[in-house]
Design a protein around this ligand. Sequence first.
Ligand code: GLA
Length: 740
Amino acid sequence: MAIEWSAEVGEFHLRNHLVSYVVRVLESGWLGHVYFGPALAGGKSYGHLVPGEFYGFSNRLGHPVPLEYPTGGGGDYRIPALAIELSDGSGVLDLRHIGHRIIHGKPALPGLPSTYVEVGGEAETLEIVAADHIAEIEVRLLYTIYRDRPLVVRGARIVNTGKAPVILRSAMSASIDLPDSDWQLLTLSGDWARECHVERHDLRPGRQSVSSSRGASGHQHNPFVALARPATTEADGEAYGFSLVYSGNFVAEAEVEPFGTTRVRAGINPEGFSWLLEPGVEFVAPEAVITFSAAGLGGLSDANHSLFRERLARGSWRDRARPIVINNWEATYFDFDEPKLLAIASAASELGIELFALDDGWFGQRNDDSTSLGDWQVNLSKLPGGLESLARKVEALGMRFGIWIEPEMVSPRSNLFAEHPEWAIGIPSRPPTAGRNQYVLDMSRPEVVDHLFEVLSSLLGSAPISYVKWDMNRNITEPHSTTLPAWRQGEFMHRYILGVYSLYDRLTKAFPGILFESCAGGGGRFDPGMLAFAPQGWTSDDTDAIERLRIQWGTSLAYPLSSMAAHVSAVPNHQVGRVTPLATRAAVAFFGVFGYELDPTVLSISERDEIADQVAFYKRWRDLFQRGRFLRLRSPFEGDRNETAWMTVAEDRRSAIVGHYLILSRPNPGPQRLRLRGLDAAVTYRVSLWPPAGEAEGRVAGSVILAGDELMSAGLVLESNRQSAEKGDFRARVYVLEAI
Ligand code: GLA
């Protein structure tokens, strides 16, 4: 890994053995983007790749010089990275290189989550400084390259070096110009209960984007997009990934201009955003991770998964085996008391489940969703001994204890709202809009964050709490803070999320032993920013196994299995009413951080036996499920959308687990093979089915011995419903591969 600077030709070359990123100081002093892709040889100039800076006739203005941090008003009509309203009302900027420095390691970003280094020599960071002397604006562009990751982490800091305040209208985290437009834009889109569905469409002339203006990254679009060649598959072909380490309003946008080049930018959504930058003050944009893969979408995922798992997630739970949770939400909703909870915990502990998570409804007067958010004191009529007594009893059953909170919210019917109505977000002249009967607290106010820190610290210190599910169940309306002057209201949404980060930071530092799980009505804020504080998130409120195939497939494009909580729930499923076999529900939820979301006291004996087996199976293979290399084999978004297959492989490739799912049963099916990936071609594996085949099901018992090369080249012969007595819809097969 190296960052080379050639003063002679004015070129920076960041490279490791996987990728190169080349930036050139053009004759004008502009920062030209030369290249990002597979590694190139060092010690050479690549400046000839950049077209000349031709700005001749007026009808040729807009010639696409590729730029690192473009601005508008000077002949570049494409989407800008930076837009500023200067004190004279103009908005033209002309940024030219004035200096740079190379830093060992990677500096943290103040107030924002970021990737980091842990070992010396792991990464280097280039800071390039460009300035506009007329506007008196300085931009510090940050580029980190790691020794062995096919990616560059970019960031930007904007400094007002003048004497008058200016207004930032847009400050992207990264912008990159690619020399052609033969790409498809892949996004993870959907809504509540159907998050992260893969959308993939050819780029066309003009702009195409995904964004959020909700105050959270949102269920609708994830702050991850990829560009893939039309022929790129999971295993082959070129792709670029763009992840924004941010949990608030974002945009990820591509623009194809008339010469057929493509600009991609990612950052805080400029819509509704402005930031008053006083003289001498700096604005820090969140960081963006730009990944290149020549090994298909799978290559992008490999790079993101290991970066997010190893150098974005932090704290004592980063590398630890995550417990199998039972959550009481779908078992009880708000209707519980201590005996009921203990009955659930006790039945769960007999099944081998490791942690009991008490969901919504334990505090204030909360017996439905109309009240008490903000009053984080235990409801003694439901839990007379308080949380501590319940937690101790759960611990006595051999389990850990955890709770649900929704710190950013307040119910209109709550003590907190009665005392501090001014803490709820709203515009004084308008009635506030309630969502799920609740308002959002103004997290841009330090006193609100301080109050929450105090109340939650005393709560978390009051009982042996090992796990916290931090929810956020509505988006922001009437964005406005009464503490900000009129001309600063455009800062509100960013200040809100900075407040959330500050609370997360303080609480995770004060309680380093607690495992935090983020949640926003499921996957409404499932993003890299959250992962820096909570190493796992509740992937979706939709617990139906078939819906989860799509949700977990899509989420896994960007996020590791160790971040994706996945629970087995009761049937008929509470979100879609579907009835799926218990084994299928587990076979889907295994591929993530496993748990249960049902009432174990009402199960039949055979269901209890089945669950005990599932729990034991997951424990045996937990490391593979949480930390293995995840490979997607058959997409639920392609073909007739009736099948899904994926697998996880141990780092040493001596074990692997494959999940194959057939949604609707096929009549008279032909023989089928599934080609596996990521195995060791030279290793021989024992392949066995889970659950173990029993005579009762009429399935072939035992296992088969197969070589890695055969499994990858010829494929695994799938058991079909022609052979199996277990016909029916929603069938899953889990194959365990162990080297012999
Ligand atoms: C959200 C969460 C659920 C549950 C409820 C409780 O919808 O996503 O898992 O915690 O809130 O109100």
